[in-house]
Design a binder for this molecule. Sequence first.
Ligand code: SAM
Length: 350
Amino acid sequence: MSELIEKLKTAHQLTDDELLRFLSEEQPEEALFAAADEVRRMHYGDKVYLRGLIEFTNYCKNNCYYCGIRAGNPHAERYRLTEEQILACCKEGYALGYRTFVLQGGEDPYYTDDRICGIVSAIAAAFPDCRITLSIGEKSRESYQKYYDAGARRYLLRHETADPAHYRKLHPESMSLENRKRCLFDLKAIGYQVGSGFMIGSPYQTHTCLLSDIRFLQALRPAMIGVGPYITHTETPFAEMPSGDLHFSLKIISLLRLLFPDALIPATTAFGSMHPQGRELALKAGGNVMMPNLSPVRVRKLYDLYENKICTGEEAAQCRNCLEQRIRAAGYRIVTDVGDSLVPFGQAES
Ligand code: SAM
């Protein structure tokens, strides 16, 4: 085992120089994955937590240069789910053993705070033993507080990149890294279990950007760290840019597990979209969460963030059965559990 992996495994920390060396040097993959898996098992055993993902709108007012559902893509066929449709997804998911529902969408002004709170409180009333996660972008602290009061307890908002110059290359002037960070710290202060993260191999990303990402995550201490390879979408300004690399992305998963032993780290859909076994590989590299799609099959292809997104044709139940087998074959076990993070978070959990 290399001396850097050894240090990561015991100290869960590297200096800036060591981190840059870790990123640029070839690492013995087997030893790295084994170290990450050992640390993951020490904290979370062989458990894999499931989150049922409901992609309820692909309207978005933003124009992130990498994203297929950006406002400026005239070819995106837009859809919205009604509260009844969202509740039907939760009902189906509950029967399949999901105890967390993640409502994700573009930043869609149609869903006012009142509408979001109505949806959240209806889910909370119907499924009192479940956690509700929102992933609906940048809002005011007041809005985040209203969603929390309505029953939301988790929020996913990737910071995307913590390097200000890199952030500017990925986003238009109307968006700012300062606001993104403000949102994340507001969410934490309110008491949410916060998930943040970034794409791996996004255009113009350097190892120094990744170093900033890691230092930012160490300052934020999120409950969940969501990362996945950047995958090019042809209807974006980055159509000519290459996608991220699978092996480098797996190396980052292991690095994150070793730096953040108690964090939840999903084996994201982007891994599965890059390689038929991508999500299993991400689990073996240190991941411990999966977020299968519970959205109605009719709309799945339309939530088109990047090319060749997986699981767009399967019913939720097929998806669940297929996952069960895949996870078992990879050496892990799905649990029917809300699956809270071991990372301490804000106010007392209800
Ligand atoms: N609007 C919310 C937000 O901004 O957090 C949630 C939806 S947004 C589409 C969810 C995530 O998709 C983003 O945080 C981004 O990292 C990821 N994403 C977007 N385009 C991508 C691409 N081309 N490849 C990989 N991930 C992408």
